[in-house]
Design a binder for this molecule. Structure first.
Ligand code: ATP
Length: 272
């Protein structure tokens, strides 16, 4: 795996949260919509599949991979799509989406209706680890996705997802522990967690939560020949959390430049 190339791609996408790369009037665009438990992220790539614009919003409209607020989700996706369309001077028309592995047909359709309700035609629905692996490009290995609600892992063999597991414990639990420890509300804890200058202090407080995440992974990879873990998802942004996981697991844990944006980028890469 070319770690430097992955980091370059992710860093270019991160820059597109603030900056917009100009596109031609007739250029084909690739759009990915990630409906998450904590964030909705929309990514736009140009015809060369390079990031040109990205927008996101904190939203609690999805729970355990299921849409719990259809109207709210549609409204946010439409808002983000309109913002990106304005920034690029182009109408966005098509998008790929992704759902957690094992999501039933009916729930996949609900995800699709949210995005269609926001005015986009859905070109395809992927599972999240396959989306992440479109960026990482692993033939064999394990991707651990720690988002808002859960720790999920996917085993890849010959480029195919052969085993998945998903258990409660994610960024929401990290924030709840911080809220309890500092006697602050959830929103303040979410903000504290992301302050660069307090990352070491935060990690000390939430170390047992990260150890729990590692124990979930450990249980599911037991008896498998796993030489390294690749972490993605917003919760892995926490500085040095990969070192805690590495210590618990006893195998190397690789973290890309901004693990939060890996799956959203992978979804857009799959927009036909
Ligand atoms: P899920 O995968 O569970 O459906 P999601 O797709 O919304 O949820 P992500 O967007 O990957 O998950 O991650 C969201 C989580 O990441 C939230 O709990 C958020 O607080 C956390 N997070 C985002 N940025 C940071 C940061 N810099 N440091 C620590 N945690 C962060």
């Amino acid at each position: 795996m070319d770690f430097a190339a992955v980091d370059r791609q992710i860093s270019a996408l991160e820059a597109c949260l603030e900056n917009t790369v100009p596109v031609k009037a007739d250029e084909k665009l690739h759009v990915g919509v990630d409906l998450g438990t904590a964030y909705i992220v929309v990514v736009v790539l140009n015809s060369a599949k390079e990031p040109v614009a990205c927008a996101m919003e904190f939203a609690q409209v999805i729970k355990d991979g299921l849409v719990v607020d259809y109207i709210g989700a549609t409204r946010i996706v439409r808002k983000l799509v309109d913002q990106l369309g304005d920034r690029l001077g182009r109408e966005l028309t098509h998008a790929a989406i992704a759902v957690p592995p094992g999501t039933g047909d009916k729930d996949c359709k609900t995800h699709k209706y949210v995005v269609e309700g926001a005015g986009l035609e859905v070109t395809g629905t992927l599972d999240e680890p396959t989306a992440a692996n479109a960026v990482l490009g692993l033939e064999n290995g394990v991707i651990v996705d720690i988002g808002g609600g859960t720790t999920g892992l996917s085993v890849l063999e010959n480029g195919e997802v052969t085993y998945v597991a998903d258990e409660a414990t994610g960024g929401t639990h990290v924030s709840l522990v911080l809220a309890g420890n500092y006697d602050i509300d959830f929103k303040e804890a979410e903000a504290l967690k992301k302050q660069p200058e307090r990352q070491a202090e935060v990690l000390n407080v939430v170390r047992p939560v990260v150890q729990k995440m590692a124990s979930i992974v450990k249980r599911h990879i037991e008896g498998r020949n796993v030489s390294a873990i690749h972490v993605v998802g917003g919760t892995c942004c926490l500085k040095d959390m990969e070192k805690v996981m590495e210590k618990e697991l006893g195998i190397p844990v690789h973290k890309p430049a901004n693990p939060f944006l890996v799956t959203p980028l992978g979804i857009a890469l799959n927009c036909a």
